[in-house]
Design a protein around this ligand. Structure first.
Ligand code: MIG
Length: 681
């Protein structure tokens, strides 16, 4: 059951965020939980019981249970985030409060900043508040009274409200290699050759900003990538896709047609004085397309044709929080301030102010108040109109609308073929158009652990196609970190190794001995038909691909606390290794299972009883569990998705059959009906 409450829009326009796809009439009832202390700015409080668990918030730090911290939805460029980071790249305002007395989901539909103080300021008080905007709240309760499946049911109902999750083409489930640092077609070819030589599976190589001419979107530097079309064709014969990056900022340069066209058509964000807003990003001074304007979306999306025509079938969209180094205005103010320090005797106070001038110039709140959008707002009679609105009021839906622009553009150009798309910034609603990667993490064990806990929360919010930079983006990894991270990455829908230009190289072949990597990546390809099948089923049924244990084992008190183990689909339990030098770990199993040890590219199965176990997990191996009476199909490992022989599958586990979803891997017309093949032992 879903009820909607519209709160606090007497003083501000009601933005159409695009998150919800089902019409729900506003309720006249009293808000059923806690107290609405203030309608504008909005503030709601709720007394949590000591045992209540709070789930949700998608891309956010800390545990699967979000209690004990204040989170803030404000799409931010946060390289090297840590457990003190309030805001990540995405804004995912969905929570579930789960306790003995009450179980309910809450979706706070708003385009601007919103804070979630989940028992931080006061241990048992949950407080949600906005700065200066109203909010539409959807309250979701499970209509089934038995109580067993409440958490899954609430997520399912919420996901039906926000619409079916994005499903990428099948090749996008293959392993992807990326690095900010591949500069030429030769660099890319070396990566491909090295993978093939080591016998390690690979389906894609990402192109970071260096493939463009002067960091200009939709250009390819002919000097570095001569005859680009031939190159993509040659790679595709080797089973490899190129995935170029597209940045949110469009270089300001006369004669660059994307820039000229955007200016002429008023498709860029403007300042209060009507002039186009200029911000510094990769190419220097740049414009931001107004992705909230449907015409600008259509226009920007149409440029993807330039790369699609060259054989590209997938993209990653970056810097779309939007991240900015500076604005024309903030840069001028900064120089002014710096000049004032010149010749002064800098004391403790002034020295730190001086030091901060450069630091504080990026992604500043002041800059986000300097530009405007033509956003869609809802009027009291239920219709929609376009309304000029300051960026900070719609900040959190900017990146999501870039994803929408790209997806809709590509669908027009390739109506019969799914394309791959993942973005850095996101909001609920964008999950229908693309996936996300979780931004600039570091080569740290804590960031591997963070990913394990983040993915189920992302699934609650509709983002199924996601994953973190394997090995870590910033800093340099040791080989064991990359091995353990790849071993977890085997199971994440987006499986990509990516790193920054100034870190140690971390491709699977760069550490000398490649045997361990080969075996681990082989497991990905062996499980690929299963991973794809579980992914599509989860998307089509509004279910989760990754679940916390307690979602399926709701009667088990131990399962509730267990947040470093997660369920994958309906068959698998994962207990990843995320600590350095660990030779194994403790695992809690809520029921009898089959333990799979994958070593030297082969699976060994053994029965293991419910309860606590210490399991050994050698560095080159992967260990996971198949649930009671279930079975998982394994293919023969292959070097890319198109070489997997799905006619030759072997079932492993206690169960005797598995329902495999199958299609051609690219049709946009996805349905489960008629595409399930029963695999028997
Ligand atoms: O802030 O394009 O998150 O994956 O390699 C740097 C360069 C800009 C940020 C992305 C990262 C990418 C990098 N970009």
């Amino acid at each position: 059951m879903t009820e909607k409450f519209v709160i606090g829009f007497e003083n501000c326009p009601l933005i159409d965020t695009g998150a919800v796809v089902r019409e729900v009439a506003a309720s006249e009832n009293k808000f059923p939980f806690g107290e609405i202390v203030n309608s504008w700015p909005f503030k709601w409080t709720f007394n949590m019981d000591e045992d209540d668990v709070v789930f949700g918030l998608g891309e956010s730090v800390r545990g699967i249970n979000k209690r004990g911290f204040t989170y803030e939805s404000w799409c931010s460029d946060v390289p090297g985030q840590n457990e003190g980071t309030k805001s990540m790249y995405g804004a995912h305002n969905f929570l579930i409060v789960y306790g003995k007395k009450h179980v309910f989901g809450l979706f706070f539909d708003t385009a601007s900043r919103i804070s979630f103080d989940i028992g931080f300021t006061e241990h048992n008080i949950l407080e949600v508040s906005t700065e200066d905007t109203g909010v539409e709240i959807y309250v979701i309760r499970d209509s089934e009274s038995s109580g067993k499946n409440q958490l899954n049911n609430i997520v399912k109902e919420f996901r039906a409200l926000i619409g079916t999750s994005y499903i990428p083409p099948m090749w996008a489930f293959g392993f992807q290699q990326s690095r900010w640092g591949y500069k030429t077609n030769e660099d890319v070819q070396t990566v491909v050759d090295s993978y093939r030589k080591a016998g390690i599976g690979l389906d894609s190589v990402c192109l970071d900003i260096d493939y463009m001419t002067d960091y200009k979107d939709f250009t390819v530097d002919e000097k570095k990538f001569p005859e680009f079309k031939n190159f993509t064709k040659k790679l595709s014969e080797e089973g490899i896709h190129l995935i170029p990056i597209i940045d949110a900022g469009v270089k300001l340069q006369e004669g660059y047609d994307v820039c000229d066209d955007g200016v002429k058509n008023n498709f860029f964000c403007k300042k209060a004085d009507g002039k186009d807003f200029v911000a510094g990003v990769w190419p220097g001074r740049s414009y931001f397309p107004d992705f909230l304007n449907p015409d600008a979306r259509e226009w920007f999306g149409s440029y993807y044709r330039r790369l699609l025509e060259n054989g590209v079938e997938g993209f990653w969209n970056d810097m779309n929080e939007p991240a900015m180094f500076y604005s024309d205005e903030s840069l001028e103010e900064a120089f002014e301030k710096i000049r004032n320090f010149e010749g002064e005797n800098l004391d403790v106070q002034s020295f730190f102010e001086f030091k901060d001038v450069g630091q504080k110039i990026s992604n500043s709140d002041e800059d986000y108040k300097r530009f405007y959008h033509n956003a869609s707002v809802k009027t009291s009679d239920g219709s929609k109109k376009t309304f000029c609105i300051r960026h900070d009021k719609v900040h959190n839906i900017f990146g999501g609308n870039m994803t929408r622009a790209s997806a809709e553009g590509m669908e027009k150009i390739l109506p019969n073929k799914r394309t791959l798309l993942y973005s850095r910034a996101s909001c609920i609603g964008a999950h229908r158009y693309g996936g996300i990667w979780t931004g600039d993490n570091c080569s740290q064990w804590a960031h591997l652990e963070q990913e394990i806990k983040m993915l189920p929360s992302l699934n609650m919010c509709g983002f199924l196609y996601s994953g973190a930079d394997i090995g870590g983006f910033g800093q340099s990894p040791s080989v064991d970190l990359v091995l353990r991270w790849t071993a977890f990455g085997v199971f994440t829908p987006l499986m990509r190794n990516h790193s920054a230009w100034d870190s140690r190289v971390q491709e699977c072949y760069s550490f000398g001995d490649t045997k361990g990597f080969k075996s681990i990546v082989d497991l990905r390809y062996a499980l690929l038909p299963y991973i794809y099948s579980e992914f599509v089923k989860a998307a089509m049924k509004n279910e989760m691909y990754f679940k916390p244990l307690c979602f399926d084992f709701s009667d088990d008190e131990r399962a509730l606390d267990c947040d470093d183990e997660i369920l994958l689909g309906n068959e698998i339990l994962l207990a990843p290794i995320y600590k350095q030098n660990a030779r194994g770990r403790y695992v809690y199993l809520p029921e009898d299972m089959t333990m799979i040890t994958w070593e030297n590219s082969t699976a060994r199965a053994e029965e293991i009883s419910a309860g606590d176990h210490y399991i050994n997990v050698p560095l080159n191996s992967v260990v996971f569990f198949i649930r009671k009476n279930k079975a998982v199909p394994f293919a023969k490992p292959a070097s890319c998705v198109k070489d997997i022989n799905s006619a030759d599958l072997k079932l492993i586990g206690g169960g005797s059959e598995y329902e495999l979803y199958e299609d051609d891997g690219f049709t946009r017309d996805i349905k489960l009906d008629g595409r399930i093949r029963l695999i028997r032992k």
